[in-house]
Ligand binder design. Structure first.
Ligand code: AHR
Length: 512
């Protein structure tokens, strides 16, 4: 018997299965708020994100307003998406807004050179995007064309949307059905100028930004929040040059783009559904890199902006895999598994914990593209595991940030290791405490003891997202394999909270 137990112990240690423990302390000592804009989304003219996603054929038999698909709108309203970035991405730097206004049939065609070379009819333009934002109850975040556009084009686009007086462009806005200004506040000045947005140096782009931003005016009751293009991944020099060369008063934020690639290799990124435990480990390890990126870019920003007035805007993030077999490689259509959900939950914990600097973020890209919240197939629609994480985490939007101290066991694999647990916490306007926990370990359950410090609470309830395998997905045939369930494995133990987290799970607790 002794021999058997020893063998069992050795096997569980060897294979890393079983149970381990973590501890977490949460304090009330903060004046920071987690901006709701961290929970933003991104919708580019790419594949079936806009055309065939939000904007469908008039003959498709789903509930629509005009050509906007309302089942998608309803689902996104439920998770309270705070802002939507549009029209790109790389697409933004070849988009000319005047081609997308006026009678639909008179709009010129355009070739989407970045994404599959498809020809678009410009039927989804500025007014349609703003109508979509209105239906969603979300703030628009427009990216202006710097790469192939002009200063005047951006300047007039702002005037078209925000000026409340008489001018040639506002006359057009009125003629096309919108007498009142839209008052669009978030403006991206170009996209990825280091690459598809013009292959510029940071010095050159900083000058371009200053010029474009100078002529994008604040109109009456419509002040702009201008976002400069910040670094790609770990290009720390880019951040330094931008912060040095653009006066802080000209910018509301600078962007950061970072994608999680399962293999780390752009030419063979790895499958969204067919992956090994080692692939899973590599992917979640890669997503944790976001923490280091934010810490280091933020430290550079501190040199020029110690008061942290300029936000870091992570306006492209998420898992980027190979496309689903048989789909157009230019359309970036990928499935979405429990792995994606755990990446999303972990990344949102990272953002919450950096809310002093991260003021906004946009998951790429909402519907049918990259790490989507929603997938569609003609009339059918499904909510991905990532959608459920955004549903679960919406409680942190605009809540008071609660600092944490975490002691996590390792999640080890083939000689490499990462922290198995990550977490974040906040207190909402009604005084409710929300604690989000992720156990990345694909095999071990983890008992987490939480010391609530000076925070008083009596009852706890929660929600969990997990499944039998990290590869599990929702399909059109079985759309509810992964969905939120009530979580009952948390209890009060004196002043402490004890939580038994199953392996590969994300939980959000509410304490009253
Ligand atoms: O999100 C897909 C693409 O990734 C965007 O168009 C571009 O900005 C980035 O490289």
């Amino acid at each position: 018997m002794k021999k058997y137990l020893l063998l069992l112990f050795a096997a569980s240690t060897l294979f890393g299965y079983g149970q381990s423990t973590a501890s977490l302390a949460i304090s009330n000592d903060s004046k920071q708020t987690i901006s709701k804009h961290i929970y933003g989304q991104f919708a580019e003219h790419l594949g079936h994100g806009i055309y065939g996603g939000f904007w469908v054929d008039k003959n498709l038999t789903v509930k629509k307003q005009g050509r906007i698909r309302l089942d998608i709108v309803e689902a996104l309203k439920k998770i309270k998406i705070p802002n939507l970035r549009w029209p790109g991405g790389c697409f933004a730097d070849e988009y000319h807004w005047r081609d997308g206004i006026g009678p639909s049939l008179q709009r010129p065609l355009m070739v989407n050179t970045n994404w599959g070379g498809v020809v678009e009819d410009n039927s989804f333009g500025t007014n349609e995007f703003l109508e979509l934002c209105k239906l969603l109850g979300t703030e628009p975040y427009i990216t202006a064309n710097v790469g192939s556009g002009t200063v005047d084009e951006m300047s007039k686009w702002v005037e078209y949307l925000n000026f409340d007086g008489e001018s040639p462009v506002t006359a057009l806005r009125k003629k096309y059905g919108h007498p009142d200004p839209y008052k669009v506040s978030f403006w991206g000045v170009g996209n990825e100028p280091y690459g598809c947005g013009g292959n510029m140096t940071p010095e050159y782009y900083a000058n371009e930004f200053r010029k474009y931003a100078s002529f994008a005016k604040d109109y009456h009751n419509a002040p702009l929040r201008k976002i400069a293009c910040g670094p790609n991944v770990d290009d720390y020099n880019w951040t330094d040059v931008i912060m040095k060369n653009i006066p802080a008063k000209m910018i509301w934020g600078i962007s950061l783009h970072y994608y999680t690639l399962p293999t780390g290799n752009w030419s063979k990124k790895g499958s969204a559904t067919n992956f090994t435990d080692q692939d899973y480990f590599n992917t979640v390890k890669s997503c944790l890199h976001m923490d280091e990126l934010i810490t280091k870019h933020s430290a550079i920003m501190d040199k020029y902006d110690p008061a942290k007035k300029v936000g870091l805007v992570v306006d492209e993030w998420g898992v980027w895999t190979d496309v689903e077999p048989g789909t157009n490689p230019g359309f970036l259509y990928q499935q979405n598994s429990l792995r994606d959900a755990l990446v999303a939950a972990t990344t949102l914990n990272i953002f919450n914990n950096h809310c002093d600097r991260v003021k906004m973020a946009n998951l790429a890209q909402t519907v049918n593209v990259l790490q989507s919240l929603i997938l569609t197939d003609k009339e059918k629609m499904l909510l991905t595991p990532t959608y459920h994480i955004f549903d679960m985490y919406k409680v942190h939007q605009d809540a008071k940030y609660l600092p944490i101290k975490l002691n996590s066991p390792d999640f080890a694999m083939n000689g490499d290791k990462i922290p198995a647990v990550n977490a974040s916490a906040s207190q909402d306007a009604k005084g409710k405490i929300h604690v989000s926990l992720v156990n990345l370990d694909s095999h071990k359950n983890i008992a987490i003891t939480i010391d609530m410090k000076d925070i008083k609470w009596n009852t706890v309830n929660g929600q969990i997202l997990t499944s039998a395998n990290v590869t599990d997905i929702n399909t059109f045939a079985k759309p509810n394999t992964l969905q939120l369930k009530a979580f009952v494995d948390a209890h009060k133990d004196g002043s402490r909270l004890v939580v038994n987290m199953p392996s590969k799970s994300a939980v959000t607790l509410e304490l009253n």
